[in-house]
Design a protein around this ligand. Structure first.
Ligand code: ZN
Length: 260
């Protein structure tokens, strides 16, 4: 791998991040919902686009494809089983992509739940997971089932603990506020709340996080723990049968949660 690789977020829309992998000359973008924002970044840093990586079909992740494909002749990678504009290389679990400009190979993981064909891109110490895993939270279940999302998150949770997690939205503080209602005494979560509030107050992203941090603080990766079984049972007003029920209850609670 190119030792001079940088990974920088472009803020887009209200709370999207378009992640850019770049060296001094080339750039690959992940989920370019906004072509203008990408073009401006490339101009400012004198970079040539060499690849577009898409995690799922939602417009805020793919809306820039047409304009970028017109401006640059580059491969557009994305999930095989979703309608992705200008897709040139359909991918699914077991595939890998090679970005020669960076001497970088990324493996593809199927992570259904937010959408049915959602994929993630993984290389040692970096994960681009779109709207599957968020900082201290997870994506809404627009197409998949709770069981599918739980499997997908468990798969991501098994990556090496130092893997940096590049999510596609800045939702971390709201997710932490929700997590604290479930686990007010989790010291790692309390520490994360302090760190991430300070980052946002400084105008900085809370991302990337790491798999280790998510395992210690993210309730959607912790549904097997007694403390979250108890929180889910309290919310449901009855005992919960298994981890999937816990996940399902927490996901529904989060849908209706408004931070104070
Ligand atoms: Zn989405």
């Amino acid at each position: 791998m190119d030792t001079d690789l940088h990974i920088t977020p472009i803020a887009a829309f209200n709370d999207n991040y378009i992640w850019v992998i770049h060296n001094r000359r080339h750039a690959a973008v992940i989920d370019p919902g906004d072509a203008e924002a990408v073009m401006a970044f490339l101009r400012t840093h004198s970079l040539t686009l060499c690849a577009i990586l898409i995690t799922h079909h939602h417009h805020d992740h793919t809306g820039g494809n047409a304009a970028l494909a017109q401006a640059f002749k580059v491969p557009i990678y994305g999930p095989a089983h979703e309608p992705i504009p200008q897709l040139t290389h359909p991918l699914q679990e077991g595939s890998a992509i090679r970005i020669n400009e960076f001497d970088l190979t990324l493996a593809i993981m199927d992570v259904p739940g937010h959408t049915n064909g959602h994929i993630a891109y993984y290389a040692k110490t970096m994960l681009f997971c779109g709207d599957t895993l968020f900082g201290c939270g997870c994506g809404r279940l627009f197409e998949g089932t709770p069981a599918q999302m739980m499997d997908s998150l468990a798969k991501l949770g098994q990556l090496p603990p130092d893997t940096r997690v590049y999510c596609a939205h800045e939702y971390t503080l709201a997710n932490i506020a929700f997590a604290l209602t479930l686990e007010p005494n989790n010291a790692a979560l309390q520490a994360r709340a302090r760190t991430d509030r300070a980052l946002i107050a400084d105008g900085k992203p809370t991302l990337p996080s790491t798999i280790a941090t998510e395992l210690a603080t993210n309730p959607f990766l912790r549904c097997h723990l007694p403390v979250l079984h108890r929180a889910a049972a309290r919310a449901a007003g009855q005992p919960v049968a298994n981890d999937i029920t816990v996940f399902s209850i927490l996901r529904t609670l989060k849908n209706d949660f408004r931070p104070a």
